[in-house]
Design a protein around this ligand. Structure first.
Ligand SMILES: [Zn+2]
Ligand SMILES: [Zn+2]
Length: 325
């Protein structure tokens, strides 16, 4: 497992076993994701698939550009895919005067044999200049796609989409994937357990969850590497700068996991069998790495050994060293 980035400004993790490589989430620009993969010695061209946990921007910001560039399939739940497509579809509301004007231009464009619908799409997207997709067109990641009519017509175009459902396992190459439902305010959010068949190694990702329900406790049994959310310190969040409504959202049952809730899981429900526990999705405003680490280490207590229960912190600004078993 290699965590490329973790936090509210972007999430991405590479899961690799044998010759199979999966990117879980693509929450940074295509260029940044490729840069970070290069930093840890991973070749983006070796990726077999991208798996998406949920449609929040910090998990999908670079998704379309990266998937189109690498021409690899993207795995979603149907609910997450639909929500993501809705998010990318340009607004189609306009004033009557503007509509008349657009129709007139379309007529003229047709007369000139120009692709009319392309003109229309550009016309009705007032936010195009601020759109990260458009901004990214200037980057090397998207040289070819700026001219692609497919992308102009459908910003959610992907080379291939595969659907999975929580509770139903599937395989990508040498890795078995078991998605499980997590409580979070997105359309159909999931965590994953990955089983590298040949090495009998299990890795899990569980971030962006308001609490740890029984199905997640079950899923996280017997894992060797666990990326678990330790989002905020409760006191820091309560006293911190967020507006009250945002504090309520983070604290809710479909928000984010606090240091205390993470520690509670490690103390009461965790089986103590992991080689490494990675604490992730730490809030930059409402947490301190030392607080998250201390809470987790205290919860694990006497179970920390040379060979097991190592606690490391994933960060936002740089990739973690690959965790290899
Ligand atoms: Zn997130
Ligand atoms: Zn989220």
């Amino acid at each position: 497992m290699t965590v490329l980035a973790s936090g509210s400004k972007g999430n991405a993790t590479v899961i690799a076993a044998g010759s199979t490589r999966i990117l879980v989430d693509a929450g940074m620009s295509c260029r940044e994701l490729m840069k970070r993969m290069a930093q840890v010695g991973e070749d983006p061209e070796d990726l077999d698939a991208i798996l998406i946990t949920h449609e929040h921007l910090d998990h999908v910001a670079g998704l379309s550009v990266l998937a189109r560039r690498l021409k690899i399939p993207v795995f979603f739940t149907e609910g997450t895919h639909r929500a993501w497509v809705r998010m990318l579809t340009p607004r189609t509301t306009m004033t009557y005067a503007k509509w008349l004007d657009t129709v007139q231009r379309e007529k003229e464009a047709r007369a000139d044999h120009a692709p009319a619908h392309t003109a229309l799409m550009t016309e009705i997207d007032p936010d195009a200049a601020d759109d990260p997709m458009e901004a990214e067109a200037a980057e090397p990641c998207a040289v070819a796609e700026a001219e692609s009519p497919k992308v102009k017509a459908d910003p959610a175009f992907l080379p291939a989409v595969e659907y999975f459902r929580a509770g139903h396992g599937f395989s990508i190459g040498e890795i078995d994937v078991n998605p499980f439902t997590i409580p979070h305010d997105a359309a159909d959010p999931c965590g994953f357990v990955f089983h590298a068949r040949s090495e009998s190694i299990r890795m899990a990702i569980a971030t962006d969850l308001g609490y740890v329900p029984p199905n997640v406790k079950m899923a996280l049994r017997g894992v060797d590497v666990l990326l678990l959310e330790s989002n905020h310190d409760l006191e820091m969040l309560k006293d911190g700068p967020y507006p009250w409504s945002v504090k309520q959202r983070v604290l809710s049952r479909v928000g984010h996991l606090s240091n205390a809730a993470c520690a509670e899981f490690l103390l009461r429900d965790y089986d103590g069998g992991a080689h490494t526990i990675v604490l992730g999705h730490l809030s930059e405003q409402n947490n301190l790495p030392e607080l998250a680490k201390l809470a987790a280490e205290q919860a694990i207590g006497g179970r920390m050994t040379l060979l097991g229960n190592r606690v490391v912190l994933a960060v936002q600004d740089s990739p973690l060293e690959p965790i290899c078993l």
